[in-house]
Design a protein around this ligand. Structure first.
Ligand SMILES: Cc1cc2nc3c(=O)[nH]c(=O)nc-3n(C[C@H](O)[C@H](O)[C@H](O)COP(=O)(O)OP(=O)(O)OC[C@H]3O[C@@H](n4cnc5c(N)ncnc54)[C@H](O)[C@@H]3O)c2cc1C
Length: 802
C-alpha cells in the first residue's frame, strides 16, 4: 500500500468507485481508494439497480442522464458487463395534478434533448399489459429507464480507475483523519497512515462517522428500504420483450422485471429511519430482518395495480438501509470550514446519480469548478444551523413524499419553524403565511380578512393570488414594508479590503457613501454571485447577496482570503426592513432627524431611526422608490414599532416574498438561481452591464468576460408577455419560435401591477428583438407570447430615482 497520495477516497461503494474513476478520467492518476471490507459493502450490494433520468431539479436530471450514458463507456473500457437492461419506464398519473407534473417534466425534456413521451391509457396498455389502468389518466414514458447489476457496475468503475493508474486497498478501514497545517491530511487506517493532499468522504452508510473524524456533521440519515422479488410468472415468461419499469406513485411503488418474475419496491408511509445514533462499524454484508407488516398497505395497492401479483409467490425479500439528505439530493463538494476535505455522500440513487456525482466532484477538485450549477447538491446548501434534530424529521418527510407530486409553490412542514427572527410572533398575529429558506422562516404573504391562511400547492395560480395582488398594489400605490433578514450579509474590512474586492468582484467597488451592484464570477466567467456592495468607510464594506448561498459564498471568500482583509458572515446579526413605494420616503422621514431626501439613489447613510442606529440604503428590488434599513438583530422589534407606527398615516402594508417576486417582474429584474446562476454568464443575462472593464484589476473571470465582450454569446435573456390562462411560467418551460424549441424560461409569474403574465427566458440572440412572437409551452398548452423590452413599471426609472 502506498503511503502518500494526491487523493484518498474513503469508501468503495458505487459512489466512491465513480469518484475514483472520474479523477483518473480527468487526469489525476496518483489517487487511491480505501475500503474497510470488500467493494460494495454498504448499501450498494443490495440495491435494486434501477436507473432513470426524471428529477424535478433540472440539473440533477442532467447528471442522471450523464450517469446512464456512462455505462456503455465503462463496459467498453473494461470489457466487463454492467448487466444493463434498457427497458424503458412509465410513470403513471392518476390525478390531473400528477399529470400536470408529468407534462411539465416532458416540456423540460424537450430542450434537454430527452426523448420522453406523454402516453394515453391505451398506449400504456399496449406497452405494459399487466397494469390495471383503473383510475389512470395517462403517463410519461422514458426510453432511457432501466436497471443494471449493482455489483458488476461498481466493479467496472473500479477496474476502469485501476486501468488508469488508481490504487484500491481493500480491508483497509479509515479510523481517524488528522489535518496538517498545509491543508493536507493524515489518513489513519488499520494498515498504517497515508498522507493525502485531499480526502473524499464517500463512506455511504458511514459518512456521518467519517465526517465526525474531521469534526463536521454531515446532514444525512439512513432509511430502511424494502423490495420483493416474485417467483417466475407465466405472464412474464411468455413475453417476447422485457417488461418496462412502471412507477405507480399513488401506490408508493416501483415495479420491474427481475429474471422471469417481478421486482416491487416501496416508499411506504410508516417508514423507518435506521441507525439514528450512528451506523455500527460491524454492520457488514447483511440485510435487515424482513418487515412485510410495514409495507402491507403498499402491497395491497400493488395488488390492485398489478393483479398478477396476487398469484405470485415471493422468492426473496431485500430489506436494507441507504442514506438521504433532508432534501433527498446528494451532499457533494468542498466541506465548508475544512481544507481539502470533500464530500460525495447521501447519494440515495447511486445508479442514477453516481456517475454525475463522480464527474462533478472530479471537475471541482481538478478544474476548480463543476461544469454546471450544482447548488442543488452542494454540501454548503446547509449552514451551521443544521442538526440531527432537523435532519431526521426532514428525511422522514422526504421519504414519505418521495413519490408525491412536487409543486413549485409547495412549503413542506417538517422540522419547522427551525429558525425565526424576533418578528415571528408579531408577523403571526398579522396573518403571516410562511415559507422557508436556508432554515429560516420567511413570510410568503400576510392573510387578511378571509384570505387563505394556507397556500394550496398548485401548478396553476394558487389561492394566494388575490392576497399577493393586494400587497403588490399597496406597494405601488402607497408603501409596503417587508423584513430583510433573508439576505446573505458580509462585512469586509481591513487595509486590503478594497483591493481584495476589486479582485473577487467583477464590478466597480463604490466610493464611501455609495453602493454598487456587481456579479461575482468563477474563473470560467460564470455567475457565482450577484452582490450589492456598500462602502461604509475607507476600509469597511457591507455585502449582500442570496441568503441561501451564504455558506457557498463564505467558502469561496475563505478560499480566496488574503492578509489585510477580514471577512465576516453577519447574515444573522444584521437584519431590518425594506420600505418600498411612493410614500416610503415620507414614512422614513417621519422616523428620523436625518434628511432622507438628501440620500440619492444608490446612496448609503447612517441614520438613527426612532431610537435605533441604522444603515439606510436607497435601493429596492421592487423597482420602486425604496429603502433598505439595516439594524442589529437585537434592535429589530424597536425599529419595527417605529416604522409601523409612522406608516399608519400612509396605510402601510406588510408584504411577503410572493409579492416581491411579482414586483421584480415589472422591471424584469433577474433573481438568484433563476436568471443568475453558475449555468449562465453575465453577457447572456445582462449582468455584463455591471462589469467594470475599466478597472485596473485582473478580477476573477476577467478573461472570459472580455472574450464574451468581443464575441457575444449565442443566447440572451429576454422578457415575454404571455397570453396565459390560469397558469404562469415557473421555470424551464420551452420557448418555441417557428415550430421549433429555441430556448427555455428561467422564471416567470404574474405581474399584479400590470395584470400580465410574464416570462423571462434565454433564447438565441438573433430572435431577441422587440415584439418577436413566440409560444411558451405551459402544462402542455402552447401559449402565445410577445417579446418586450419595455418594463411594465416605471420604464424611465423615474420612480426609482425620484
Ligand atoms: C433496498 C435498496 C434498494 C435500492 N435500490 C436502488 C435502485 O434501484 N437504484 C439506485 O440507484 N439506488 C438504489 N438504492 C440506493 C443505493 O444502494 C445507494 O444510492 C448507493 O448504494 C450509495 O452508494 P455509496 O457508495 O454512496 O454508499 P455505500 O454503498 O454505503 O458505500 C460506502 C462504502 O464505504 C465503506 N466505508 C465506510 N466507512 C469506511 C471507512 N472508515 N474506511 C474504509 N471504508 C469505509 C463501506 O464499507 C462501503 O463499502 C437502493 C438501496 C437499498 C437499501
Amino acid at each position: 500500500m502506498k503511503t502518500t497520495t494526491r487523493v484518498c477516497v474513503i469508501g468503495g461503494g458505487v459512489v466512491g468507485c465513480s469518484v475514483l474513476y472520474h479523477l483518473t478520467k480527468l487526469g489525476w492518476s496518483d489517487v487511491m481508494l480505501l475500503e474497510r471490507s470488500e467493494l460494495t459493502s454498504g448499501s450498494t450490494w443490495h440495491a435494486a439497480g434501477g436507473f432513470h433520468t426524471m428529477n424535478s431539479d433540472t440539473n440533477m436530471a442532467a447528471l442522471q442522464g450523464y450517469t446512464i450514458g456512462l455505462y456503455k463507456e465503462l463496459e467498453e473500457i473494461t470489457g466487463m458487463s454492467c448487466g444493463l437492461h434498457h427497458v424503458g419506464g412509465i410513470t403513471l398519473a392518476e390525478t390531473p395534478e400528477r399529470f400536470d407534473m408529468l407534462k411539465a417534466e416532458r416540456a423540460k425534456h424537450r430542450y434537454m434533448g430527452l426523448d420522453t413521451a406523454i402516453l394515453t391509457p391505451a398506449e400504456i396498455a399496449d406497452m405494459a399489459e399487466l397494469v390495471n389502468l383503473d383510475g389512470i389518466i395517462g403517463g410519461l414514458y422514458d426510453p432511457l429507464d432501466g436497471h443494471l447489476d449493482p455489483s458488476g457496475t461498481t466493479h467496472a468503475y473500479a477496474r476502469a480507475a485501476k486501468l488508469a493508474g488508481a490504487e484500491i486497498e481493500l480491508h483497509c478501514k479509515v479510523e481517524d483523519l488528522q489535518p496538517r497545517p498545509d491543508g493536507s491530511w493524515d489518513v489513519i487506517t488499520n494498515k498504517g497512515t497515508i498522507h493525502a493532499e485531499h480526502v473524499v468522504n464517500a463512506a455511504g452508510l458511514w459518512a456521518r462517522e467519517v465526517g465526525a473524524m474531521a469534526g463536521v456533521y454531515l446532514p444525512l440519515l439512513p432509511m430502511a428500504h424494502q423490495y420483493l422479488v416474485t417467483d417466475d410468472l407465466p405472464e412474464i415468461m411468455n413475453r417476447e420483450t422485457e417488461f418496462p419499469h412502471v412507477l405507480d406513485c399513488a401506490g408508493e411503488s416501483y415495479f420491474r422485471q427481475e429474471g422471469r418474475g417481478l421486482c416491487i419496491g416501496f416508499y411506504e408511509q410508516p417508514c423507518e429511519p435506521w441507525a439514528l445514533s450512528g451506523t455500527p462499524w460491524e454492520f457488514g454484508h447483511e440485510l435487515l430482518p424482513d418487515n412485510l407488516e410495514k409495507v402491507s398497505d403498499s402491497i395491497e395497492m400493488a395488488y390492485h395495480r398489478f393483479p398478477v401479483l396476487e398469484r405470485a409467490g415471493v422468492k426473496r425479500v431485500i430489506h436494507g438501509p441507504f442514506t438521504f439528505a433532508p432534501d433527498g439530493n446528494p451532499l457533494v463538494g468542498p466541506v465548508p470550514g475544512l481544507r481539502n476535505y470533500w464530500s460525495a455522500c447521501a447519494v440515495m440513487a447511486g445508479f442514477s446519480q453516481g456517475g454525475g456525482v463522480g464527474l462533478t466532484l472530479a471537475q471541482w477538485m481538478i478544474e476548480g469548478e463543476p461544469e454546471r450549477d450544482v447548488t442543488g447538491l452542494d454540501v454548503a446548501r446547509y449552514g451551521k444551523w443544521i442538526t440531527p434534530g432537523y435532519t431526521v424529521p426532514k428525511v422522514i418527510e422526504f421519504y414519505q413524499k418521495r413519490f408525491s407530486v412536487s409543486y413549485p409553490n409547495e412549503e413542506r412542514p417538517a422540522a419547522r419553524p427551525h429558525r425565526t427572527t424576533a418578528m415571528y410572533d408579531i408577523f403571526n398575529e398579522m396573518g403571516a403565511v410562511w415559507g422557508h429558506q436556508f432554515g429560516l422562516e420567511v413570510p410568503n404573504y400576510f392573510a387578511q380578512g378571509d384570505e387563505p391562511t394556507f397556500e394550496t400547492p398548485s401548478f396553476t395560480r394558487s389561492n394566494a393570488f388575490e392576497a399577493t395582488g393586494r400587497e403588490v398594489r399597496a406597494v405601488r400605490e402607497s408603501v409596503g414594508i417587508n423584513e430583510i433578514q433573508n439576505f446573505g450579509k458580509f462585512r469586509v474590512t481591513g487595509p486590503k479590503a478594497r483591493d481584495w474586492l476589486d479582485r473577487i468582484m467583477a464590478g466597480r467597488i463604490p466610493k464611501e457613501g455609495k453602493l454598487t451592484l456587481t456579479p461575482m464570477l468563477s474563473p470560467k466567467g460564470r455567475i457565482i454571485g450577484d452582490f450589492t456592495i456598500s462602502c461604509m468607510g475607507p476600509e469597511s464594506y457591507a455585502l449582500t447577496a442570496s441568503y441561501g448561498a451564504q455558506s457557498m459564498h463564505l467558502r469561496w471568500f475563505e478560499q480566496h482570503g488574503e492578509d489585510g482583509v477580514t471577512i465576516e458572515n453577519v447574515s444573522d446579526r444584521l437584519t431590518g426592513f425594506q420600505l418600498a413605494g411612493p410614500r416610503s420616503r415620507d414614512v422614513l422621514q417621519a422616523c428620523t432627524p436625518s434628511n432622507v431626501a438628501a440620500l440619492p439613489f444608490l446612496g448609503v447613510a447612517q441614520m438613527v431611526v426612532g431610537q435605533i442606529a441604522c444603515t439606510v440604503q436607497r435601493v429596492s428590488y421592487t423597482g420602486d422608490l425604496g429603502y433598505e434599513i439595516y439594524c442589529d438583530h437585537m434592535d429589530q422589534r424597536a425599529l419595527w414599532h417605529t416604522l409601523w407606527t409612522a406608516g399608519q398615516a400612509h396605510n402601510i402594508t406588510p408584504f411577503g416574498m410572493r409579492a416581491m417576486m411579482s414586483l421584480r417582474l415589472d422591471r424584469f429584474f433577474g433573481s438568484w438561481l433563476r436568471e443568475f446562476s453558475p449555468d449562465y454568464t453575465p453577457a447572456e443575462t445582462g449582468l455584463d452591464r455591471f462589469i467594470s472593464f475599466k478597472k485596473n484589476s485582473d478580477f476573477i473571470g476577467r478573461a472570459h468576460a472580455e472574450s464574451e465582450r468581443a464575441t457575444p454569446p449565442n443566447r440572451q435573456l429576454v422578457a415575454f408577455l404571455v397570453d396565459a390562462d390560469n397558469a404562469d411560467v415557473h421555470g424551464y418551460e420551452p420557448v418555441w419560435i417557428n415550430g421549433e424549441v429555441v430556448g427555455f424560461c428561467t422564471s416567470g409569474g404574474y405581474s399584479h401591477h400590470a395584470r400580465q403574465s410574464v416570462a423571462l427566458a434565454l433564447i438565441p440572440r438573433d430572435y431577441a428583438q422587440d415584439s418577436q412572437e413566440a409560444e411558451i409551452e405551459i402544462l402542455s398548452q402552447m401559449r402565445p407570447a410577445r417579446l418586450t423590452t419595455t418594463p411594465l413599471f416605471d420604464p424611465e426609472g423615474t420612480a426609482l430615482r425620484a
